[in-house]
Design a protein around this ligand. Structure first.
Ligand SMILES: O=C(O)CCC(=O)C(=O)O
Ligand SMILES: [Fe+2]
Length: 243
């Protein structure tokens, strides 16, 4: 049997923070909410994330999206993948670039493809009326559903400056449910909020079971995970949208 939204999302924690979050979102356009999932759910999610079939995604020199399945990664081999990574990292110095791993949860659900139960339960909870109503109250925005993907950033991965605004997608807010225990800011992989004058106004270091929400459009990036870092930066991320 599937669990109810209240068995997934820790509404007691959300209600306790609601007033301060509403004030902060109105003032700053971004917030972090701690302890969003129940403890047992967050542990189950982490277990599932560790064994997902991760695809490698990046953009090429012409800005085209490249998406490499696990079997294709195996076929290409470690040397070819390393070369692709090096090229992406070079491009990141001069143009919009990204390189990370993803699991397209929303797309898979839309296409009626199988997904791990825990991921499907969390996706359902994030688009449940109870959670959407809460988010509408906190952000003051006309959200009615969330799309979702899982992401994994490992050593050398990054996402350079962008603002999430894509015409026709009706993205009101971006969200990142960060699922990293013991992440250190010196490892990179930090979510940074940017201003035109080269300053970084805010840095969200990955945490465990913490939900960041920020208004779209706002310039931001994920700094490169430092070479040699062995930990994985896991998140569930997407946009709060309206139909
Ligand atoms: O993972 C993050 O912290 C942010 C990801 C992001 O900005 C995006 O996918 O557009
Ligand atoms: Fe983004």
């Amino acid at each position: 049997m599937s669990r109810d939204v209240t068995d997934i999302i820790n509404f007691a924690a959300l209600s306790a923070q609601q007033k301060s979050l509403t004030g902060r979102f109105a003032a700053a356009g971004r917030i972090r909410i701690d302890n969003v999932l129940h403890d047992n759910v967050s542990m189950e999610l982490l277990t599932a994330l560790k064994v997902l079939d991760w695809r490698l995604v990046m953009n090429d020199a012409h800005g085209r999206h490249v998406d490499i399945s696990p079997s294709e990664q195996k076929r290409l081999g470690a040397k070819a993948i390393r070369q692709l990574k090096t090229q992406a990292q070079k491009r990141a110095l001069s143009q919009f670039s990204y390189l990370y791993e993803n699991y397209p949860l929303y797309d898979r659900v839309q296409q009626k493809l199988p997904v791990p139960k825990i991921l499907s339960e969390i996706f359902t909870a994030l688009s449940h009326e109870t959670f959407i109503t809460y988010m509408r109250e906190v952000t003051g925005k006309g959200i009615d559903y969330c799309d979702i993907q899982a992401t994994r950033y490992r050593s050398g991965h990054m996402l350079t400056e962008h603002d999430d605004n894509v015409s026709g997608k009706n993205r009101h807010c971006a969200y990142v449910l960060s699922m990293c225990a013991g992440w250190q800011r010196k490892w990179g992989g930090n979510l940074e909020f940017l201003e035109p004058n080269q300053s970084i106004t805010d840095t969200f270091v990955p945490q465990f079971n913490a939900l960041s929400i920020f208004a779209v459009p706002v310039p931001h990036r994920v700094s490169k995970v430092r070479p040699g870092v062995l930990a994985s930066r896991y998140s569930l991320t997407g946009w709060m949208r309206h139909h």
